[in-house]
Ligand binder design. Structure first.
Ligand SMILES: Nc1ncnc2c1ncn2[C@@H]1O[C@H](COP(=O)(O)OP(=O)(O)OP(=O)(O)O)[C@@H](O)[C@H]1O
Length: 334
């Protein structure tokens, strides 16, 4: 597919249309010298992200996630294919893109290491040319919501990992970007810090409709924050859809944990279900079923013909396992 090598005439500032549009994107590293081996980090990837979406971009180490993000931000030039971020060519309009996007790269800080945190916010507000009063309000709000009030006088280098990540996110959101790109935002954080950060992001998106693109190895981030997931594997897009759909593509089973009123014979041969475990003399039984082929209701109807159900729970597939199976199945296709 070819596109004119200029920004779409209908969206000179990139306000209309998809917020990210990637078409047949390719990026190679190396391969120029005789001894240098060429690595295809991104291999003909195409996808679009609409304003307001929250998308998890996941894949194993070296799958091509960071390279894709750098291409989206205009840090790297594509080997082939097209990228539009906020409707703009990020290589040619990097500053205009930066005005509309907030980015947090796990390894790279946008804060001034030796200065008190407060100073970083002041400098960033000046760089983004924010109105001073509006910048003060926005900073105060982010500091409040991210519970950073106690750290404003602390030099960035003395912040804990969790505090620094919250500070990075506040810095990325200071100019109220349309798109927030987060690379591994919860890596290394303790459970409580992760939970707080996720809650903040949910709230921020609910209030402002900010589009979110998130790379992560933590499926909890995806489950909590993203309505759509892109799985990249060896530079190729292996899946684009919802999380439950992801589970369905590998035939991942859901589990019904059924508590029965009396000890009951093993619930074998329930159509569409597989008996996984019988516990407490048959008082609790676990049946696995494939959500694409039958429903929990159909399985329960059959069980209730055989015994009285006292209580039940449905356990969703383990998403880490689902992702492992996606990688395994796409490796089989190569
Ligand atoms: N500057 C570089 N020079 C050469 N090869 C590179 C360079 N950067 C990345 N690569 C290679 O490109 C491939 C994709 O790397 P990338 O960093 O995009 O993956 P990733 O999915 O972000 O991995 P991780 O989860 O480990 O951060 C890998 O094989 C990597 O070794």
């Amino acid at each position: 597919m070819t596109r004119p090598d200029h920004d779409a005439p209908t969206s000179p500032t990139g306000q209309a249309g998809p917020i990210i549009e990637v078409t047949n994107l390719v990026r190679d590293y190396g391969g120029l010298g005789r001894k240098s081996r060429r690595v295809r980090a991104v291999d003909h990837i195409s996808f679009g992200i609409q304003p307001g979406e929250a998308v998890g971009y996941i894949g194993a180490n070296g799958a091509g996630k960071s390279t894709t993000i750098k291409l989206l931000m205009g840090i790297l030039r594509p080997t082939a294919g097209q990228v539009r971020t906020c409707g703009l060519d990020p290589m040619r309009r990097r500053i205009d893109v930066a005005r509309q996007v907030g980015v947090v790269f796990g390894q790279r800080s946008q804060l001034w290491w030796d200065l008190p945190l407060r100073e970083s916010f002041t400098i960033l507000a000046a760089i983004h040319r924010l109105d001073p009063a509006a910048a003060r309000d926005r900073t105060a709000r982010l500091v409040d919501e991210l519970e950073m009030g106690g750290q404003l006088a602390t030099p960035v280098r003395s912040l804990s990992l969790g505090q620094r990540m919250r500070a990075e996110i506040a810095a990325a959101l200071l100019h109220s970007p349309r798109l927030l790109v987060l690379d591994e935002p919860t890596i290394g954080l303790d459970v409580l810090s992760k939970q707080r950060l996720r809650e903040f992001l949910v709230e921020e998106r609910r209030e402002r409709g900010t589009t979110l693109l998130l790379t992560t190895h933590d499926m909890g981030d995806v489950e909590r924050l993203c309505s759509r997931v892109l799985v990249v594997d060896h530079g190729r897009l292996a899946y684009d859809g919802t999380l439950p759909g992801l589970a369905a593509t590998v035939g991942a089973e859901r589990l019904l944990v059924i508590d029965l009123a009396e000890p009951t014979r093993p619930l074998q041969d329930v159509p569409g279900a597989r008996l996984v475990a019988v516990e407490s003399d048959g008082l609790r039984q676990r049946l696995a079923f494939d959500g694409a082929r039958t429903t929990a209701a159909a399985v329960l109807t059959e069980v209730s013909r055989r015994a009285t159900i006292r209580d039940l729970a449905v356990e969703e597939p383990d998403i880490e396992d689902v992702v492992r199976r996606i990688y395994a199945s796409s490796a089989g296709q190569r």
